[in-house]
Design a protein around this ligand. Structure first.
Ligand code: GDP
Ligand code: MG
Length: 442
């Protein structure tokens, strides 16, 4: 927006750009926070570098100090990194679709297998078969059987002495025969990564050809998360991550490490021991927790809202003085488009109740607003500030300038006049000190 009003808004909203020194200082704090959250060191370095590039030169909002601004940018950067991809479990394959669960021992594979099975049954009405390939830990296969019963899901009958690859084969055959949509294969873990485990899981993968290979990982995991993610991704190939124990105290830096290393989206969060304690991944929540600066983030978000409000109030003040011009209308249309919520914005402006109704009646949409803006934009500043001078020849020129018809220009001017006359009344009321009673009238 050019012109007077635009300048006022700029002064209201900006405090200048973030300098490299501002950013460096705040990043020291960010680095400590990330390390405390157990984000792996190499990931911290990469992430800080990326966030720094984003932050330098950004405008600082009014009411916010540079450090706070940096933290908000870092937060948004992290949300984007954690959650920019599809989080739905991929079932786009010929059924039975195999889901392979991999990870270290105790990560939560067996529990999460049952949770995902139950979720797919309940939410997507899928017929799910569970199969445990964990022949090493005593009673591991029975554990899945018990969980399957709780979830009222079928588990593949256990055959004593059968090897993992053979179990996987039988599970897929049974899946086909029994008309299952999904077969979830729960593999064995080890305390640490070893070659034998990887080889076995790779063989299972070749037999089952899973559409989804989920790395199950504990949110409380520390620096080791990088090695685990790397190994599993290189040897098996990961399509998604299931993050467990999100209900615990840990800040969950492992999520960021794993995502950065594998590039695979986090798809699922385990939030408790019970089989229905599972959620789709919420990047925003996890980012706030990793950064541990939720207060600052909401402070900045509030400031962003306040700026919208400041602009609205500034406009309202001008309205009160009876100074509503086409430039003001242009700004108003700008705000409407930006906020995408006509009710929300107009609710903040006194005296616009009537216009709000008109807009609603006219079924105002984004395209229409864009056309109205185009009309105003092809007027000269003089015309915008003094619409009375817009006579026939000017209307023709304006229409040609924005590629619309003279009727469109007429319509816009009529709408402006209606709005301006409402504004004038409001302004008069204000002068008579009737402002307090206005709420009731709108
Ligand atoms: P696996 O060895 O990878 O198969 O791990 P399990 O599924 O057997 O889980 C190990 C332990 O972690 C069990 O006691 C589970 O109840 C528990 N567990 C799994 N997921 C979660 C979770 O999201 N939150 C909590 N609090 N506990 C979990
Ligand atoms: Mg298990």
């Amino acid at each position: 927006l050019q012109g007077r009003l635009g300048d006022i808004f700029d002064k209201l909203t900006k405090r200048g750009a973030l300098s490299e020194a501002d950013v460096n200082e705040a990043m020291r704090e960010v680095r400590v926070a990330l390390l405390e959250a157990d984000v792996a060191l190499s990931v911290v370095k990469d992430f800080v570098k990326k966030a720094k590039e984003k932050a330098i030169g950004e405008e600082v909002l009014k009411g916010i100090n540079p450090g706070q601004m940096v933290i908000k940018i870092v937060h948004d950067c992290m949300v984007e990194m954690l959650g920019s991809e599809e989080t739905a479990i991929n079932l786009k394959a010929v059924p039975p679709v195999a889901i392979l669960m991999v990870g270290l021992q105790g990560a939560g594979k067996t529990t999460t297998s049952a949770k995902i099975g139950l979720m797919l049954k309940k939410k997507e009405r899928k017929k799910v078969l569970l199969a445990s390939l964990d022949i090493y830990r005593p009673a591991a296969q029975q554990q899945l059987e018990v969980l399957a019963k709780q979830a009222e899901l079928t588990s593949l009958p256990i055959l004593f002495g059968e090897q993992p690859v053979a179990i996987a084969k039988r599970a897929m055959q049974e899946g086909k025969k029994g008309g299952y949509d999904v077969v979830i294969l729960d593999t064995a873990g080890r305390l640490h990564i070893d070659e034998k485990l990887m080889e076995e899981v790779a063989n299972v993968r070749d037999v089952a050809k899973p559409a989804e290979t989920l790395l199950v990982t504990d949110a409380m995991m520390g620096q080791d998360s990088v090695n685990v993610a790397k190994e599993f991704n290189e040897k098996i190939g990961i399509t998604g991550i299931a993050l467990t124990r999100v209900d615990g105290d840990a800040r969950g830096g492992a999520a960021l490490s794993m995502k950065e290393i594998t590039g695979a989206p986090i798809k699922i969060m385990g939030i408790g021991e019970k089989i229905d304690e599972i959620e789709a991944f919420h990047a925003d929540r996890v980012a706030s927790r990793i950064l541990g600066m939720g207060d600052v983030v909401s402070l900045v978000e509030k400031a962003q809202e306040t700026i919208e409000q400041d602009k609205a109030e500034e406009l309202a003040k001008r309205v009160m003085k009876g100074q509503f011009t086409l430039e003001d209308m242009l700004e108003q249309l700008n705000q409407i488009r930006k906020m995408g919520d006509i009710d929300g914005l107009l609710g903040m402006l006194p005296g616009i109740g009537k216009m709000k109704k008109q807009l609603a009646e006219a079924k105002v949409d984004d395209k229409m607003i864009a056309r109205q803006q185009a009309v105003i934009l092809s007027m000269t500043i003089k015309e915008r500030q003094n619409p009375k001078i817009i006579k026939a020849s000017r209307r023709q020129r304006i229409a040609a300038g924005c590629g619309l018809t003279v009727q469109d220009v007429n319509k816009l001017l009529k709408q402006y006049q209606q709005t301006a006359s409402v504004m004038k009344k409001v302004g008069k009321m204000n002068k008579k000190g009737l402002l307090g009673k206005m709420g009731a009238m709108m």
